[in-house]
Design a protein around this ligand. Sequence first.
Ligand SMILES: [Zn+2]
Length: 259
Amino acid sequence: MKYLIYGIIAALFMMICVFTLQIGGKGVAAVLLPPSSAAAAVTSSDKIAYLTFDDGPSQSTSRILDILQKDGIKATFFVTGKTSDYSKQMLHRIVDEGHTLGNHTYSHDYKRIYASVGAFKADVDRLNRFLEETVGVRPNILRYPGGSNNHLSWRSGGRHIMSAITREMSSLGYQYFDWNVSSTDAAAVTQSKEAIVESVKSNSSGKKQIIVLMHDMDVKTTTVEALPEIISYLQHSGYHFDVLGKDSYTFQFLRPGKS
Ligand SMILES: [Zn+2]
């Protein structure tokens, strides 16, 4: 009787051991079996920063490019129609050093470009022809001067001009990019470097993909000064850097054709 009780206890103990091993085995298998979903989880948590520079080329361009080159970072330049030899040299550097060119209209003249859909298209075409002749690149990405929801355009083309233009440009195959992180370097002629850095820090907080608006202009010397700090902050916050392209992440104030 005594041995029978010992036997039952021993059998129960073995059953518990086997059961525990199976659970453990299943647990391990669940972790090890789908490596693809584990990889996908890592990819989807990636943080990407798209640095963008508007209105160049300018006297700041070569300094911006030097900083980007030193840190091995690629950015997107939304340029306008500048035809000096220096500007052409800068366009070559932008392309040769692996950055992306975007169209920011030839004239950047709100009154002219936002007068009608046709006027806008002509200005974009003019810049694309110039860029193609100069550096052999014809951008299919755009940034609207003032952003896609700007109201200054209303004075020239009326209340619905931006929805008409965005609809037309999207149907022609252009993708456009506003921004979800402003550096606020346009808030003053020459904004303080500290304000620029702080704005990027606070506006990027909690965002996985960020399109950072900065300006490449002669007077924006503090943007250039802030750039190394911005890059280092974003790197330490886990972002890697990429260029914008037709199929990349976008952020739009106004959806194409909506007013
Ligand atoms: Zn601009």
